[in-house]
Ligand binder design. Sequence first.
Ligand code: NAP
Length: 433
Amino acid sequence: MTRHVAIVGSGPAGFYAAEAIFKKAPEVRIDMIDRLPTPYGLVRSGVAPDHQGTKNVWRVFDRTARRDTFRYFGHVEVGRDVSVEELLARYDAVVLAVGVTVDRRLGIPGDDLPGVYGSRALSGWYNGHPDFSGLEPELRGPGIAVIGNGNVAVDVVRVLSREPDEMIKTDIPRYALDAIERSDYSELYMLGRRGPSQASFTTAELRELGEMTRTVALVDPAQLPEVVEADDPKHQKKMEKIVETLRSYSQNAPDAKPQRLHLRFFASPVRVIGPDRVRGLEVAVTELRDGRAVATGETYVLEVGTIVTAIGYGATPLEGVPLAASGTSFANVDGKIADRLWAVGWAKRGPSGVIATNRGDSAEVADRVLAELSDGARGGGDALGALLAERGARVVSYDDWLAIDEKERAAASEPTPRVKITSMDALLAACGR
Ligand code: NAP
């Protein structure tokens, strides 16, 4: 009997799970369901546009998607068009690879004022995600503050700091490029609530901040430790390299380039100054106590008109699937949520790790899925297709996606790789749905 697996979410974790299942059990039929007509999740709409090399991993996923035993159900939202329970009735196993999609809030007065944007929304906007293409952020200066010291914060800073010539080889939508150009900001602040040795960005990403054409990276040398002591000894070498890179930025001349990026540490936002929109940000000076940032009582105000939070994400609740206490993943044990229901990627472990992390992680869960996979008495994709047809869903197939892909590429001229279609209606129209 044919065994059927549904994978919900077509980002790296979902595709790596499919690849691993096919490797060990090529006869299994896998259907991948995604609420967007376009596959590849964060590879298309989270990875920064100037990291086109990273985005190239889609080629690996495309190979999986072209297998005869694979079917793509795009523009199908679990929770709207079909429930998890209905999937479990039609598939021998259901794997949730839906990521985590809610921006964490700062939880300080004024964090809901116009001019405060979450990184999920802002990076979705500059990546042409249909949910966020209409965001129209007002990128007002004189300063923009990006909160957080992770790689997402670095991505946001880079995209906002680069000039159009540096973005020509990318697929950033024209509207985003124009809005960034129109912004009157000259100072960017990247704020870490703890110190340089506690930052979670990686060395390669930090180094890119020193290579931008019109923005000079600056660090106050007084904030750098003389001796680096990583929280986890395994990270000692990495943190030494980070501090060394920051030290080189501390020697940059502020007027070396037209715009400045200030990397500030021991800086914890306490109040967004309004009243009608962002007019400034009050920041508490912190010190480290037992690894935690503790306010010293001293504060200062940054003259910013825009704030972007890049402080992590929470999971989106899905009916019938319990969230972990942290709220950043589904409750699971090594990927298992319940009988025949699994989680991979950020839905399993919360928002941590790079794309490649998902390869091994999804493969481990795939092994467990296969070990427990029942003998295939369920209808799979045909049964799902029939249910969706009954409900009038406009399902986008992988061939439909290829038609969208072709149109996006045809609309671009060298060296721009593609002109993304950024609204749901236009995406559906592009593939005749
Ligand atoms: P992250 O690495 O966990 O960083 C989150 C940052 O937000 C930390 O610096 C954290 O500080 C800070 N933060 C949390 N709550 C805060 C608050 N209330 N006030 C001030 N700061 C706060 O998460 P991420 O940047 O969202 O990245 C998620 C994952 O994707 C990471 O594994 C990352 O490496 C990966 N990623 C990789 C790339 C790449 O490879 N180029 C690009 C993007 C993302 P504390 O440490 O003090 O909590």
